[in-house]
Write a protein that binds this ligand. Structure first.
Ligand code: SF4
Length: 239
């Protein structure tokens, strides 16, 4: 992970940029900077608590672009319903589902590949469709909902990072889970109901369990498989 150096704002953009950001910077200011510096910015989302909060904040900041979701074919019905509730709530956004219609028997992978080789399964079902979409759209930046307290592997993410092909903007980097929950309550956001059953990070049903007391929010993802990320934000094929 590389923290960006050099020019931080587009010409004519007087808004304070990452050099002026502190841990207390309002995520709205980070999003506004992103919109002005990278007007083609796009937002992938899996509609977890962080993602739902980011969508709401982004709309308040003026984002009117795509919210891109990858249907692996193994999502919980509750996740798909959350996507639909969000799409109804935010008609000013365009909700894009990639790999639509995927299901375990669709021939994209061996239906049990998630168990034998989850990296390969994520690469085909999740990373590849999003990479193809991003190659086509070629945005200069992505809005991302990760936060530092989700997992030890995310403990140092900055507001703005250079991930290679494009800038990653992480407006919620410094928000805690408690703060995210409070925001969601205050604004009555459509949080995935599985969250309240202990699924603090929800991925595919095959690879997600509820989190136990004291565990990281992402401890229920690929538990016992030695895997912590799907490959979108860490690894060799990052976005
Ligand atoms: S989370 Fe599991 S089922 Fe979903 S794409 Fe990755 S390995 Fe496959």
């Amino acid at each position: 992970m590389t923290i960006l150096d050099g020019p931080r704002s587009a010409p004519g953009n007087d808004r304070p940029g990452p050099d002026a950001f502190t841990p207390d910077t309002d995520p709205l200011d980070v999003i506004r900077w992103a919109l002005e510096s990278h007007p083609d910015v796009l937002m992938p989302s899996a509609f977890n608590l962080n993602g739902v909060v980011l969508i709401d904040l982004a709309v308040r900041a003026g984002y009117r672009g795509d919210v891109v979701f990858v249907d692996t074919g193994y999502h919980f019905p509750e996740t798909l319903a959350t996507r639909d509730r969000l799409a109804a709530r935010y008609p000013e956004l365009t909700f894009v589902t990639l790999n639509g219609g995927a299901h375990p028997e669709d021939g994209q992978t061996d239906p049990a590949l998630y168990a034998s080789d989850p990296d390969a399964c994520c690469a085909v079902r999740k990373v590849a469709p999003l990479q193809a979409y991003l190659r086509q759209r070629a945005p200069g930046a992505l809005l991302n909902a990760r936060s530092r307290d989700q997992a030890s592997t995310r403990a140092d993410i900055p507001f703005v990072e250079d991930g290679g092909a494009r800038v990653k903007v992480n407006p919620l980097a410094h928000w805690t889970r408690e703060r995210l929950e409070a925001y969601a309550r205050e604004h009555d956001l459509p949080v995935n109901p599985l969250y309240f059953d202990g699924f603090l990070s929800v991925g595919c049903w095959t690879c997600t369990r509820a989190v136990r007391p004291g565990e990281d929010a992402r401890a229920g993802r690929w538990a016992g498989k030695g895997k912590t990320e799907c490959g979108l934000w860490a690894g060799n094929n990052t976005l």
